[in-house]
Ligand binder design. Structure first.
Ligand code: SAH
Ligand code: SF4
Ligand code: F3S
Length: 472
């Protein structure tokens, strides 16, 4: 049994990161454990988790399990959880209630993984109050799932395997991708920024970049398999390579990925701190690097930014923002903003609104600060009432939505490229996809256009999406 420990997780050892290419192995018993059985997986949180679930799915499929989207049909239920805010926790515990109910009527195995599994308080609670959960696995333990599941079947007691400290980069984990046209490609794991409010550096461990050759090989294989788009993934992609022994950074990687000639290259998330001019030049130089950047602001107040440990000022952020707008034609920029951080005054909040007024973002994810146990911000005295926080969030959302709609309005009657990736969930006879600038468009189109990048004329515009039709 390995249980998580946040103090351990905070440590950044100097141990050299090993690149492992033969860690994933199945024995004969594990290859048939899932025979005639179905698995259901529920994923919470960010793209990192979405992609981890694609790895988990592939491992389960190697073990003989078939996938189901219906909870009640499953023999094995996996929760891939997120710890970023309290409401993420609540959703998970809600689903656990449903699953417990189901377990009265049916023999099921339940596995609990993801970022919540890296939190001591949560695993303690699972050990005390959720004894019926069969196994718990951390974000560094996915490759070992076949062993964990095998043990859970044979030992009949709760299996817990959560390493507090990460170590290595595992290169041979299989993947079963959700889309046939666009793919997540991890370029790095973990985060060393330690923003004072954030749990990610604890749940995902230290920054470990993948070697460029493995990333390029993955992209080349995707092209061979007909993929149109890759999104390079990391908590902090601009810091890519800083932990490698070679002289190679995010600008180099972006250029090499662009040179594979894949139709679309995207990347998330960009921390303003490491965004250098080389990167901007590369983005504007290559047509297949999409003109879309997610550039989290978090707050517009220098006092709050400092308390958050973000290491940039409002002025530096605006400077970078203007440079991006100037050098990358047609770029669209979205952001993340937290309101109600401890000690945020009305003045501080106005500074945030001021930045939003200046940047007129294409979109923004907005959050009320949620204290995470073990992080420095959770120990800061918080004198802002929930009422005020909710009020600020509402004001901020109104402003954000206004600019989002204004930006979208500019697309009316324009012709834009859209990668049609799926059937529209809202409209019959429509497909959906994203523009180069990451706008969601519902397009009246035959299913033969699935997986194609087409020119679309925008016929109507809303705050969150647009409608359009194909033009030649
Ligand atoms: N690596 C990315 C962010 C990942 S988390 C970056 O540095 O920008 C996604 C977003 O969740 C963050 O940008 C932040 O706005 C929000 N967030 C993170 N921790 C939070 C907390 N404790 N309370 C509220 N929002 C939080
Ligand atoms: Fe969290 Fe900051 Fe790292 Fe983003 S950069 S994951 S907000 S610690
Ligand atoms: Fe959540 Fe973990 Fe991602 S905390 S946002 S799933 S890295």
């Amino acid at each position: 049994m390995h249980t998580p420990n946040l103090v351990e997780a905070r440590k950044r050892t100097n141990n050299k990161v090993l690149i492992k290419t033969d860690d994933y192995k199945l024995n004969d018993n594990q290859k048939k454990l899932g025979k005639n059985k179905k698995y259901f997986i529920k994923t919470y949180g960010c793209q990192m988790n979405e992609h981890d679930s694609e790895n988990i799915s592939a491992i389960l499929s190697d073990m003989g399990y078939a996938k189901t989207d219906i909870l009640e049909e499953a023999d094995l239920i996996i929760l891939n959880t997120c710890a970023i805010r309290e409401n993420a926790h609540n959703k998970v515990f809600g689903l656990l209630g449903r699953i417990k109910h189901l377990s009265y009527t049916k023999n099921i195995m339940v596995g609990f993984g993801g970022c919540m599994a890296q939190e001591e308080v949560i695993v303690d609670e699972i050990m005390k109050k959720y004894k019926w959960i069969d196994f718990v696995f951390g974000t560094h333990n996915i490759v070992n799932l076949p062993n964990i599941i095998e043990k859970a079947y044979t030992n009949k007691k709760q299996e817990i395997e959560v390493f507090s400290c990460e170590g290595d980069v595992i290169e041979n984990i299989p993947v079963k991708r959700d889309s046939k046209y666009k793919a997540w490609v991890n370029i790095m794991y973990g985060c060393d920024k330690f923003c004072t409010y954030c749990i990610v550096p604890y749940t995902r461990g230290k920054q470990r970049s993948r070697l460029p050759k493995y990333i390029i090989k993955e992209v080349e294989d995707l092209i061979k398999n007909g993929y149109q788009e890759v999104t390079l993934l990391g908590q902090n992609v601009n810091a890519y390579g800083k932990d490698l022994d070679i002289d190679y950074n995010m600008a180099n990687l972006l250029e090499d990925v662009a040179k594979t000639k894949i139709n679309r290259v995207r990347f998330v998330t960009s921390h303003p701190w490491d965004f250098d001019d080389n990167m901007i030049d590369i983005i504007s130089k290559y047509d297949n690097i999409m003109p879309y950047i997610h550039l989290p602001l978090q707050s517009g107040s220098n006092k709050i930014l400092k308390l958050m440990g973000r290491r940039y000022t409002k002025e530096k952020y605006l400077n970078l923002f203007d440079k991006l707008k100037e050098k990358i034609p047609n770029v669209s920029i979205t952001t993340d903003i937290i309101v109600g951080f401890p000690n945020e005054t009305e003045e501080d909040f106005k500074d945030t609104l001021d930045v939003v007024d200046k940047c007129k973002y294409d979109g923004a994810f907005t959050f009320i600060f949620s204290p995470r146990i073990g992080t420095p911000a959770s120990k800061m005295q918080d004198d802002v009432s929930l009422d005020i926080k909710e009020n600020r969030l509402q004001k901020l959302n109104e402003l954000v939505n206004k600019y989002s709609k204004e930006n979208n309005d500019k697309y009316l009657n324009k012709i834009v490229p859209v990668l049609l990736e799926d059937y529209s969930s809202k409209k019959k006879d429509y497909l959906k996809g994203y523009t180069d600038t990451m706008k969601l468009v519902n397009v009246k189109a035959d299913s033969k256009y699935l997986g194609k990048i087409v020119n679309v004329k925008i016929t109507s515009v809303k705050t969150w999406s647009m409608d359009g039709e194909i033009v030649n």
